[in-house]
Ligand binder design. Structure first.
Ligand code: CMC
Length: 432
């Protein structure tokens, strides 16, 4: 029995159950309720999972009250300043920072997988040109399992590792192809003399007709955006990947399910919606009416890029991006673009409004990432795709962790049933 326990007593029957309290390394302890139903016949109810830990994990830690985000124990601020996205990928997958030799080997492994099967390139032709790139991503990533049979034994750790490498390496190629397809330009093959981020920018923006120079400033800005989005504990898309993977589905199918979950505007789709909202606001003089709509309970409108389920004081990723936003816009000479001015004014007004203050609604990562992505020329409909690319390592790290657990079971939540109780079938002629 654990050191700490919690006893739950059913006042109607007098029966009790003593439940163990499990301590993590840091963060809140959890009550292990697995014995609750067998002992008392009760389930627990927590729609939205506000008080429910769905798994044990060693990958990412968030303290929402203090604005702390750690990958494998390392603060996000240090990683954003000193590390690279590829090194963060290694850290999330393997648990520690690599030695120089391990990093070199990892880089070689990843770059070896950047190309996609030629048959997969043909796959794009089946999509309409005006398809949203996220729709293409869901389809193409799901289809990867039909091309890479050689490593689909999910019970084999080496196969799991190869699939993880393939997903991390191929996502930038698949994402850039989705964009090129939508604008009718030829696909680019990856150039493995470049890093992952530079390669992505080249595959997105280069054309066969003229040389393409990769700006080191923009490449670094993009790399930091990738680092900040790489993992975020058990959010909606990661939980989706775990749930799909728990049925022993292959990792490509599980990640495709995660991309679908990320797409929604309450999750990864918010970065795109932030820019649409700022564009609609236009002049800062319209901000008061937008704030009034966001506060109106009869209106479904929400201020995009504000609020977070976990961060209740500030989102540390947003703070890093806020500073970077200023730097990037200054470097590309776009500091006074109206969109950015509107964004800063909206932020100022919301942060001083009691509605947002009382509910602890602060700008989140998507508020600033959208502005940076727009300023470096990324088209609006690619914003969530970029989030998906960056989050792929988090998804596969979490999936790999789950698949390695000895007592892994299929994820299967229960429910509070509030529908009709048992009733008998009535023939159609006799129904009123
Ligand atoms: N604008 C206006 N009101 C809001 C907003 C918002 N953006 N977010 C929350 N609220 C209000 C909400 O109406 C509720 O008010 P009341 O208590 O009076 O009913 C209260 O704040 C609590 O909201 P909630 O919906 O219970 O909070 P949640 O934890 O379920 O939702 C959220 C979190 C991120 C889905 C939500 O804040 C939201 O929809 N934000 C806008 C979308 C957005 O920016 N999403 C990106 C999240 S960060 C990227 C990622 O990790 O996915």
């Amino acid at each position: 029995m654990a050191n700490k326990t919690v006893t739950i007593t059913d006042n109607s029957t007098g029966k009790s159950v003593e439940l163990p309290v499990l301590d993590g390394t840091i963060g809140p302890s959890v009550i292990d309720i697995r014995k609750l139903y067998p002992a008392l016949g009760y389930l627990t109810y927590d729609s939205g999972f506000q008080s429910t830990a769905s798994c044990e994990s060693r990958i990412t830690f968030i303290d929402g009250d203090e604005g702390v985000l750690l990958y494998r124990g390392y603060p996000i601020e240090q990683l954003a300043e000193k590390s690279s996205y590829l090194e963060v990928c290694y850290l999330l997958l393997y648990g520690d920072l690599p030695t120089a030799a391990r990093m070199e080997e990892f880089k070689k492994n990843i770059l070896h997988h950047t190309m996609v099967h030629e048959g997969l390139r043909d796959f794009y032709q089946g999509f309409r040109r005006d398809a949203h790139p996220m729709a293409i991503m869901v389809g193409v990533v799901g289809a990867l399992s039909s091309f890479y049979h050689d490593s689909l034994d999910i019970h084999n750790p080496r196969h799991r590792e190869i699939s993880a490498h393939r997903l991390i390496a191929k996502m930038p190629t698949i994402a850039a192809n989705s964009y090129k397809y939508s604008i009718g330009q030829p696909f680019f093959y990856p150039d493995n003399s470049l890093g992952l981020t530079e390669n992505f920018l080249r595959m997105m923006f280069a054309t066969p007709c003229e040389p393409y120079e990769i700006s080191p400033t923009l490449a670094r800005a993009m790399d930091i955006i990738f680092i900040l989005h790489a993992d975020h504990e058990q959010n909606a898309s990661t939980s989706t990947v775990r749930l799909a993977g728990s049925s022993l589905a292959n990792p490509f199918a599980a990640v495709s399910a995660g991309i679908g979950a990320l797409w929604g505007p309450a999750h990864g789709g918010a970065n795109e919606e932030v820019i649409r909202m700022l564009d609609r606001i236009g002049d800062p003089k319209h901000i008061p009416s937008v704030i009034a709509r966001a506060k109106d309970k009869n209106d479904t409108f929400r201020l995009m890029g504000f609020g977070h389920r976990i961060y209740k004081n500030f989102d540390p990723r947003a703070q890093i991006l806020r500073d970077m936003c200023h730097r990037v816009l200054k470097e590309i000479g776009a500091e006074n673009v109206p969109l950015f001015e509107t964004a800063l004014e909206l932020e100022r007004v919301a942060l001083n409004d009691p509605y947002f203050v009382e509910r602890k609604l602060y700008p989140n990562v998507d508020f600033y990432s959208g502005i940076i992505l727009k300023s470096i020329g990324i088209p609006l409909n690619m914003f969530t795709v970029i989030f998906a690319m960056a989050r792929t390592v988090g998804w596969v790290a979490q999936w790999t962790e789950m698949m390695g657990e000895p007592d892994r079971r299929i994820g299967r939540p229960r429910q509070l049933y509030v529908g009709s109780s048992r009733r008998d079938y009535v023939s159609i002629r006799e129904r009123s």
